[in-house]
Design a protein around this ligand. Structure first.
Ligand SMILES: [Zn+2]
Length: 288
């Protein structure tokens, strides 16, 4: 998705481009942006939400570069330099999850929070810690999904993470659910054992984040996150794992909530990364 708009998150024009190899995609992005300048005027800033793994340390010499990835052609690609050469602007790059978190902090479910967490549970588990509207400075992008959990004793399903036997992503993301149950979680009713298992794992993850960071709210998005009843069940399990060590705000049934901005979170967050008040292109590169 590529869009031109303002850093308040408002979109003026948008288009959708397939995530092909970067040598093909970057010129397509530049061509689209040039085509909009005739009607919209010059573009002055560039915000990007991209898949990882990626270097997000702004002081690193390889800031904005991808690391090893299984997406063809993207391993070690210097996205920041390629965009600077093609478009003539230095991009502000964060992960797609962080862009979604920024959008929710600006216009959605995390607005009004000093510190909030955006979690996405889908084909993997990703997360962003948003402090005063911005992702916390970091070396690499966060790997919240790879935090180890306490596996339920009756759960013998193999982890779907190739790195870890008991991490959140390997136990509770979409592929783990499909491998364990043969179908998505939405095929099972709220209150079922299947819901209970996944809610327990997500509740453990949220409890660890509460104890470490004390966020004012956690947004739980992604395809698995949309399962009816799962957010409430995960909240209940989180409180169980906190064992009574729970401020009133954390006990609120709104403490874990769904995203407000739907499909637009990534692109809105990318626009918010641009300089104040100026037209800015923004785009999100997904791994699809
Ligand atoms: Zn893992």
């Amino acid at each position: 998705m590529v869009a031109v708009g303002y850093n308040d998150g408002s979109i003026v024009e948008r288009t959708s481009l397939s995530t092909v190899e970067p040598e093909l995609l970057v010129p397509q992005i530049a061509d689209y942006l040039r085509s909009t300048q005739n009607s919209l005027g010059p573009i002055e800033a560039l915000g990007v939400g991209a898949f990882g793994p990626m270097v997000v340390d702004r002081n690193a010499i390889n800031y904005g570069s991808l690391l090893q990835t299984n997406k063809p052609g993207w391993s070690d690609f210097d996205l920041a330099s390629a965009l600077r050469s093609a478009i003539g602007l230095s991009p502000n790059i964060v992960t797609d999850v962080a862009a979604a978190g920024i959008a929710e902090a600006t216009l959605g479910a995390l607005s009004g929070t000093e510190l909030g967490i955006y979690l996405t549970v889908g084909t993997g588990i990703g997360g962003a810690i948003i402090c005063q509207g911005k992702p916390l400075p970091a070396l690499l992008h966060l790997e919240i999904g790879h935090i180890a959990l306490q596996r339920q004793s009756a759960d013998a399903a193999p982890s779907t993470c190739r790195f870890h036997p008991n991490c959140a992503e390997g136990l509770a993301a979409g592929p783990a659910i499909m491998a364990r149950f043969g179908q998505s979680l939405s095929h099972f009713p709220p209150g079922s054992a299947e819901h209970g298992l996944i809610a327990d794992y997500l509740g453990q993850l949220c409890a660890k984040l509460v104890l470490t960071l004390s966020p004012q709210r956690i947004v739980l998005g992604g395809g698995v996150g949309k399962t009816p009843g799962l957010i409430a069940a995960a909240h209940g399990e989180m409180l169980h794992h906190l064992g009574g060590y729970t401020p009133e705000a954390v006990a609120s049934d709104q403490f874990i909530c769904a995203p407000n901005l739907g499909q637009d979170t990534g692109i809105v967050g990318s626009l918010c990364l641009a300089e104040p008040g100026r037209p800015a292109p923004a785009f999100v590169i997904r791994g699809a």
